[in-house]
Design a protein around this ligand. Structure first.
Ligand SMILES: NC(=O)c1ccc[n+]([C@@H]2O[C@H](COP(=O)([O-])OP(=O)(O)OC[C@H]3O[C@@H](n4cnc5c(N)ncnc54)[C@H](O)[C@@H]3O)[C@@H](O)[C@H]2O)c1
Length: 353
């Protein structure tokens, strides 16, 4: 599947009817526990065979909550188990490479949370291993491609109704950052979503990245992320700006305004119910990524489960993960040097064309 093709058709057309895809889940922290519920309770034709976490108690809590699956202490034993049809990886990015390589070695389909890996060099090793295997086995968890609002934006841009896209203004805000977020992971784990989704929306590659920080907003010795402004130059001349602010306090907000020659389209504003009461009006702001993208995660995982059954991998590929990691490398370099950094990309193997 082309990286710029919507996965919608696959999600809707392939509904599982016979048997159950038995899933091994590695990592049962915030994202993994959420995926456990979805695989066990909401996905058609899927069930959890086993879970594993470096913290055994965390794995036991998840297994106890969903029921019907075993706890395994060794992730590699789970990847190779006879009763496992596919693997979901929801551990931190730094652990993904060896888990992915084990899945490829055993030819097991895998849905790996973003980022594919934390940098382009390790992502390229994964791409090379999959290319050597000769078939796609990896879907990367860039779930925005499965979000109905992003899909609508892509359909509109593809249809050309608004004319040629010239700019995207994006905001990526969270109420508070997980403790492990640093200046670097702000780009490699946070803005990586925008690196992927802009390539997909526009059908263009990222050519160069610049990063700006408001003067006086940071102490160089302090590794905690401060609000930043990331600018991407795309191969088709579109400019993309991303405000990334993950200690925004008020809630979680991912918005994108596409500015085209004949009009604009905005997605991601909180536009739920508006309440008017005692002389005031207002609504709720989503508090984290799970409610905002819940439908996207459900559709992403369902598409993956279905693809395990059909044997045809869908959605964002290892190549997309690598391309996003290459842009993230440029971004983290730009963050440190203050310079505009060009994105360096290797030749694309034929598996991904
Ligand atoms: N798609 C999204 O929107 C989204 C949102 C949040 C997190 N994520 C991604 O999901 C992944 C996990 O993030 P999180 O927020 O759940 O982190 P987390 O810290 O809450 O959970 C990670 C879990 O992995 C476990 N772990 C660490 N190394 C392990 C190993 N080698 N084997 C087994 N278990 C191991 C930890 O004990 C922990 O329980 C990251 O890659 C993150 O970027 C994606």
């Amino acid at each position: 599947m082309s990286p710029h093709t919507s996965p919608q058709a696959t999600v809707d057309e392939v509904r599982v009817s016979d048997g159950v895809t038995r899933v091994a889940l590695i990592g049962t922290g915030a994202m993994g526990a959420d995926h456990a519920e979805r695989i066990a309770r909401r996905c058609g034709g899927a069930g959890l065979a086993g879970v594993c976490d470096a913290d055994a108690e965390v794995a036991r809590v998840t297994a106890g909550r969903v029921g019907g699956c075993r706890v395994e202490s060794d992730p590699f034993a789970l990847i190779g188990a006879d009763d496992v049809d596919g693997v979901v990886i929801a551990t931190p990015g730094s652990t993904h490479e060896e888990l992915l390589l084990a899945c490829l070695e055993r030819d097991v389909p895998v849905l790996c949370e973003k980022p594919l890996t934390p940098d382009a060099e390790s992502s390229h090793r994964v791409v090379r291993a999959e290319a050597a295997l000769g078939r796609r086995r990896i879907q990367v968890g860039f779930m925005r491609r499965f979000d109905p609002q992003y899909e609508q934006l892509k359909r509109t841009l593809d249809a050309g109704t608004l004319g040629v896209p010239v700019m995207l203004h994006c905001a990526h805000r969270a109420a508070s950052a997980a403790a492990w977020f640093s200046q670097r992971t702000l780009i490699s784990d946070g803005v990586v979503h925008e690196f992927d989704v802009t390539r997909w929306l526009l059908g263009q590659e990222i050519v160069a990245v610049s990063v700006f920080r408001p003067e006086g907003s940071h102490d160089p010795a302090d590794e905690r992320p401060t609000p930043q402004f990331v600018l991407f130059e795309m191969s088709g001349s579109v400019l993309v700006d991303v405000e990334v602010f993950i200690s925004a306090g008020f809630g979680y907000q991912v918005r994108c305004e596409a500015v085209c020659a004949d009009g604009t389209m905005t997605i991601g504003d909180n536009s739920g119910p508006v309440v008017q009461h005692r002389g005031r009006w207002g609504g709720e702001v989503t508090q984290d990524y799970r409610p905002r993208f819940g439908q996207a995660y459900d559709r992403e995982v369902q598409a993956w489960v279905n693809s395990v059954r059909t044997g045809t991998c869908v959605g964002p590929s290892a190549w997309d993960g690598y391309a996003a990691a290459a842009a993230a490398d440029a971004g983290t370099q730009a963050q440190v040097t203050g310079a505009r950094v060009e994105v360096r990309i290797a030749e694309r193997p034929s598996l991904y064309t």
